[in-house]
Design a protein around this ligand. Structure first.
Ligand code: ATP
Ligand code: MG
Length: 296
């Protein structure tokens, strides 16, 4: 057994929560899937907590996703993509959205436990550098309290984060070098993957709901032009603290009304505004809500 397999074996036999940390193209998702397979072989009930917002395994882009994996058949990409629970973040990268990312990770870990998952693997975004990378991983580990963090190291880029996790938490931190056969994904391919995943999520049949301007978080400012919300991504809330899915808004200039377009068959109680607009090809363009609202 090589170091990599030994670590996977240690993780699935001793830990209840394992977080993977690494830069882009470091093998996080591959390692997460291998750990889940190994956990299944050990007969453990497992869940995949996908906190990466862009290159998704579980749930649509711009969300944190959780899925209970009951058998190897659930690891089929099209099956895995259908989450048991999602948490709306509203952006496809964590920059500027650290709060919902961390809140979503904590909320869905609790869901996984309630659903009976003994072993939860947390896949994360590649944001590992700079102040925000450190703040993000620190708070994620603070809330999730994994027994083991696996760092997939390329050069020295993870040293500050792994050092901090060692110093501040009782979690075991293990580092492995990035596998030499890892294949990088280009920026264009990443964008194409996100668009494809978004298109798949918004596959027919789609529901159309009339939306009142009072249902949003954050709330719309006074005298706000509703057409500014056209094609903005939104998270659908059940009014009891859960995200039931995603949609986008459509403003009809003729009727002056706002509609929600969504694959979710149940009318939501409230809507979270996202920070991207979807174009016709489901490409996500960034929107800063503070600019849109003209407020702080
Ligand atoms: N141990 C390995 N041996 C061979 N190929 C690997 C290994 N780990 C990963 N790869 C390949 O490298 C590519 C990137 O791996 P992976 O998607 O797991 O990385 P990631 O860190 O999750 O990337 P991202 O930043 O896109 O989330 C994939 O095509 C995968 O098949
Ligand atoms: Mg990945």
């Amino acid at each position: 057994m090589d170091d990599y397999q030994l670590l996977i074996e240690r993780a699935v036999t001793r830990a209840n929560t394992v977080a993977l940390v690494g830069g882009l193209d470091s093998g996080k998702t591959t390692t997460a899937l291998r750990m889940i397979r190994a956990a299944l072989e050990h007969g453990r009930t497992t869940a995949f907590l996908d906190v990466d917002l862009g290159q998704k395994s579980v749930g649509p882009p711009a969300t944190v996703g959780m899925k209970l994996v009951r058998s190897a058949a659930d690891l089929e990409p099209a099956v895995l993509a259908v989450a048991d629970s999602i948490y709306f973040v509203g952006a496809t990268s964590p920059q500027g959205h650290l709060l919902p990312v961390v809140a979503g990770a904590a909320s869905l870990l609790a869901r996984a436990r309630e659903a009976g998952a003994e072993f939860v693997v947390v896949d994360t975004s590649g944001l590992v550098s700079g102040v925000y990378g450190q703040i993000l991983k620190y708070h994620k580990v603070d809330l999730l309290r994994p027994e083991l963090v696996i760092g997939l190291k390329r050069g020295g880029e993870l040293d500050p984060i792994l050092g901090i996790l060692n110093r501040f938490f009782a979690t075991d931190v293990a580092a492995l070098p990035v596998h030499p056969e890892v294949v990088p994904t280009s920026v264009e391919q990443r964008a194409a993957n996100r668009e494809e995943a978004m298109r798949r999520y918004f596959a027919e049949p789609l529901q159309r709901y009339r939306v009142k301007p009072t249902v949003f978080m954050p709330a719309l400012p006074a005298l706000f032009e509703l057409e500014e919300l056209d094609r903005l991504l939104v998270g659908l809330s059940d009014g009891a603290g859960s995200t039931i899915g995603m949609g986008y808004l459509e403003h009809s200039a003729d009727e002056g009304v706002l509609r929600l377009i969504s694959p979710v068959a149940e009318a939501p109680k409230a809507l979270r505004l996202g920070s991207v607009r979807l174009d016709e090809a489901f490409r996500a363009k960034r929107v800063d809500l503070r600019n849109l609202f003209g407020t702080d």
